[in-house]
Each structure stands twice: as structure tokens, then as C-alpha cells.
Design a protein around this ligand. Structure first.
Ligand code: HEM
Length: 173
């Protein structure tokens, strides 16, 4: 499917006119893009490394997953908005950049993955400790095998590592 028309439209938009006119604002937005990526990556790492029993082994895993969720969504909103702003300034370069398309494919896959498989599997992780006083409990038969949970954690880390690397690669290409 030819999507160049979309980049041509973006390149001629008012947003592009504005983003191309100020390199100072572009630098600030790029910093927001990277800061959001740090928050997103940090929160995903916390949850995934907790499930791999690498960090915070004494903290209830449900607490880690629950508390990182809203920061993941917030970081995604900021990263997408700042990304669109950045993309408008170099739209015609991106139209022919395979790393940009790889990044968008990875991003879509990552979002679907955290909304579906990651959250469904983490909800049924074995040994999932709920905070004291919580009404939620998980019977033995409801839990998944540990290797499934670990596989999901490693897969998630690989997907997002790929998204971030292809983002950096756009600058080199
Ligand atoms: C709709 C979503 C996104 C769009 C449209 C977008 C777009 C862009 C653009 C246009 C650049 C500038 C490339 C350049 O000239 O150097 C960039 C840089 C970058 N993006 Fe994104 N991005 C998005 C989401 C993400 C996500 C989710 C991540 C990471 C998880 C990410 C990581 C990066 C990185 C690491 C850079 C390189 C920054 C640098 O080297 O200065 N982006 N992005």
C-alpha cells in the first residue's frame, strides 16, 4: 500500500510549518520524546524484571504491575504526541525510511502485547502476591506455569528494545 500521500499531507500541514520553523521547540519536544521513553522503558522494565524475579522480589508483584500501569499509559500518550510533532518536521525523510516503518510496526505490536497477553498472563502469574487486606486471591489451578510468565516478560522487553533501537536508527539513516 502506498502511504507516501500521508507523509506529503503531513509535510504540507500547519504543524509541519510550525515544527520546521523553530529548532529550539523541536529540541524541547525531542527531550520530551526521550524522557517519555525513559519512563515507559523504566516502568516496563520494573514489571518485567519483577516477573523474572530479578528486582524487588520482596514487593508483591501485583503491586508493581498495578502501580506502573498508569505511568505506562501516560508515557505512551506523551511519546506518541511528541513523536507526531517530530515526524511532521521530517515527514518526507520518514516516508522512505524503513526503520521508521519498523518502529511503527514494533510500536503497534508492543501496545497490543501489553494490553492483551502481558496483562492477561501477569494476572495469572504463579505466586502472585496480593497486598495485605486485598480481596483478590488466585487458586492454584488458575495460575500459569512460571516459564510462560518469564517468556512473556522477555518477549515484551525484546519488542520494546526493538522499538527504541529503530527509533535511534532513524537518526543515523
Ligand atoms: C507514534 C509514535 C512515534 C513517532 C511518530 C515517533 C517519531 C520519531 C521521530 C520523527 C524521531 C526523530 C528521528 C530523528 O531524526 O532522529 C524519533 C526519535 C526517536 N524515537 Fe520516536 N516516535 C514514536 C514513538 C516512539 C517510541 C514508542 C519509542 C521508544 C519506545 C521511541 C524512541 C525514539 C528514540 C530512541 C529516538 C531517537 C532520539 C534521538 O536519537 O535523539 N519513539 N521518533
Amino acid at each position: 500500500m502506498d502511504v507516501v500521500f500521508f507523509f506529503q499531507w503531513l509535510d504540507g500541514s500547519m504543524l509541519a510549518e510550525f515544527s520546521k520553523s523553530s529548532s529550539g521547540i523541536f529540541a524541547v519536544v525531542q527531550t520530551i520524546h526521550i524522557a517519555s521513553m525513559v519512563v515507559l522503558g523504566g516502568m516496563l522494565l520494573l514489571g518485567d524484571l519483577r516477573m523474572l524475579n530479578v528486582v524487588l522480589p520482596d514487593v508483591p508483584s501485583s503491586l508493581v504491575i498495578e502501580n506502573t500501569k498508569k505511568w505506562i499509559y501516560l508515557a505512551l500518550v506523551f511519546i506518541v504526541l511528541s513523536g507526531i510533532y517530530e515526524a511532521s518536521a521530517i515527514a518526507m525523510k520518514l516516508a522512505y525510511n524503513s526503520f521508521f516503518f519498523a518502529k511503527m510496526a514494533g510500536l503497534s505490536m508492543g501496545i497490543v502485547f501489553i494490553l492483551s497477553l502481558r496483562s492477561a498472563v501477569y494476572r495469572r502469574a504463579p505466586g502472585l502476591v496480593y497486598p495485605e487486606g486485598s480481596s483478590q486471591t488466585l487458586s492454584q489451578s488458575d495460575t500459569l506455569r512460571p516459564w510462560i510468565v518469564k517468556l512473556v516478560a522477555v518477549t515484551n522487553l525484546l519488542i520494546w528494545f526493538g522499538v527504541a533501537s529503530s527509533g535511534r536508527w532513524i537518526g543515523f539513516s
